[in-house]
Design a protein around this ligand. Sequence first.
Ligand code: GNR
Ligand code: NI
Length: 171
Amino acid sequence: MAILDVLSFPDERLRTVAKPVEEVNDEIKQLVSDMFETMKDENGIGLAATQVNRHVQVVVMDVSEDQNEPRVFINPEIIRKDGSTISEEGCLSVPNQFAEINRPISCDVEYLNYNGEKSFLKAEGLLATCIQHEMDHLEGILFIDYLSKLKKTMIIKKLSKQKGKPDRIVV
Ligand code: GNR
Ligand code: NI
């Protein structure tokens, strides 16, 4: 078990597109276990492998109140999405910044589970929002990419103050 470093914006490695997992072997299982440990340590409800600089299609999540419903999604694909809802999102890679984001309210996901078996999930509400947020990471997309230029610039300014770095970031 190990706690991994989480990349934060504007790290370009967050823009990497993840590759599908070929086989759910011990190496992937180790990554899943380290990702759960990292997610809990950071008090997150989800984590994509991209965020820990591993560019494979692996997502871990636990959106339950008591943090006792761990979920693993390997090679997830959204096969249906419906409706729309606005909810507040945050991201461990964009620390302490939150914004209202519009996404489909429900979706169906096909994926491999921890045992490498083909699985299916009907998701709505927070579960649907979170799986879409995580799957975006696997494609190099961050929630702030959906914001207007003005809102994105505001968040970037706050982030650079927070780090005390005179980063000049062009959106
Ligand atoms: O911990 C997290 N909370 C959260 C809240 C609303 C919508 C999405 C999320 S995911 C985030 C953890 C994270 O950054 N996952 O990539
Ligand atoms: Ni995130």
